[in-house]
Design a protein around this ligand. Structure first.
Ligand code: C2E
Ligand code: MG
Length: 274
């Protein structure tokens, strides 16, 4: 019985979110928080990842874990991603207009874009409209985004999409690298700029010598392919030390900084860490 009540409660919550999501978009309830990325050796900030938060008057302050699954299922994630991209363009433009320092910001892309009609055209339109200098916006695409779930194979238009996005001027990160079941075929066919090694690999590397060796060789593989290798979810100095020893270039994680409101990042954090 308790289970049923839980289930009913969850369904109600989902319905409530669905009834509020468009209003939330229009009234700017979705906010971007920024988590710094840093050079492991110099400890300087080299960029940031935009992570969406929903500050809802009705539902409270929500992390992506509370709503992203639902938005992936109902398709709203596509619109939310465009909105986040617009917010990041707006932020970068405002800084440039005021003559203030700017740093590349990465925007996450749901895998739904890959099968969306007009994705490349929409991305081009946004970038052309804001007229930002190249290099200030990056995209993070999860490695499973390019898998066709019916055939379990890489979609045959994947390489073209990567090519088109890079041609528009986006630098591309392969997000959550090593969590999917096709990491090697992704590397083979999709030349992206950055390899983001998932936190789970760092954690595994701490427990067995075999996993540590895998981490070492994944880093070497990324570098051999001329990718910038970034480790995600660094929480301890021990992890950071190992990554430096293994030749990893850059990192992101609670050890260096947690995600923070965009204004705090630019006005307080960056001046002290650049
Ligand atoms: P992600 O892209 O892999 O982002 C990294 C997540 O790891 C973030 O969670 C970040 O807060 C968290 N993290 C960073 N450092 C550490 C650490 O040292 N330890 C631990 N335990 N966690 C760390 P967050 O902000 O809750 O976002 C979760 C996921 O939601 C993201 O994973 C991304 O897949 C998705 N997401 C966030 N914003 C967007 C967006 O605008 N669009 C889309 N499509 N997805 C988004
Ligand atoms: Mg990401």
């Amino acid at each position: 019985m308790i289970y049923d009540e839980d289930l009913a409660g969850q369904m109600l919550k989902r319905q409530e979110m669905e009834s509020l999501m468009y209003k939330a978009l229009a009234s700017r309830e979705f906010q971007i928080w920024l988590q710094p990325k840093y050079d492991l050796k110099t400890k300087r900030t080299i960029g940031a990842e935009a992570l969406v938060r929903w500050n809802s008057p009705e539902l409270g302050f929500l992390l992506p874990s509370a709503f992203m699954d639902l938005f992936e299922k109902n398709g709203f994630a596509v619109e939310l991603d465009y909105h986040v991209l617009e917010l990041v363009c707006e932020l970068q433009t405002a800084r440039l207009r005021q003559g203030l320092p700017v740093i590349p910001i990465a925007v996450n892309q749901t895998g739904l874009h890959i099968s969306e009609q007009g994705y490349i055209g929409n991305m081009r339109e946004i970038i052309d409209r804001w007229r930002l200098p190249a290099g200030l916006i990056e995209l993070e695409i999860t490695e499973t985004a390019f898998i066709d779930f019916t055939t379990k194979e890489q979609r045959n238009d994947a390489a073209q999409i990567i090519d088109d996005l890079q041609e528009i001027g986006f630098s591309l990160s392969m997000d959550d690298f090593c969590t999917g079941y096709s990491s090697l075929s992704m590397l083979q066919n999709l030349p992206m700029n950055v390899m983001k090694i998932d936190r789970s690999i760092l954690i595994a590397a701490e427990s067995t010598a075999r996993s540590f060796r895998i981490l070492r060789h994944v880093i070497a593989l990324g570098k051999a392919l001329s990718m910038n290798v970034l480790a995600e979810g660094i929480e301890t100095e021990e992890q950071e030390k190992h990554l430096i020893a293994l030749g990893c270039d850059s990192g992101q994680g609670f050890l260096y900084a947690r995600p923070m409101p965009a204004q705090e990042f630019y006005e307080e954090f960056l001046p002290k860490h650049s």
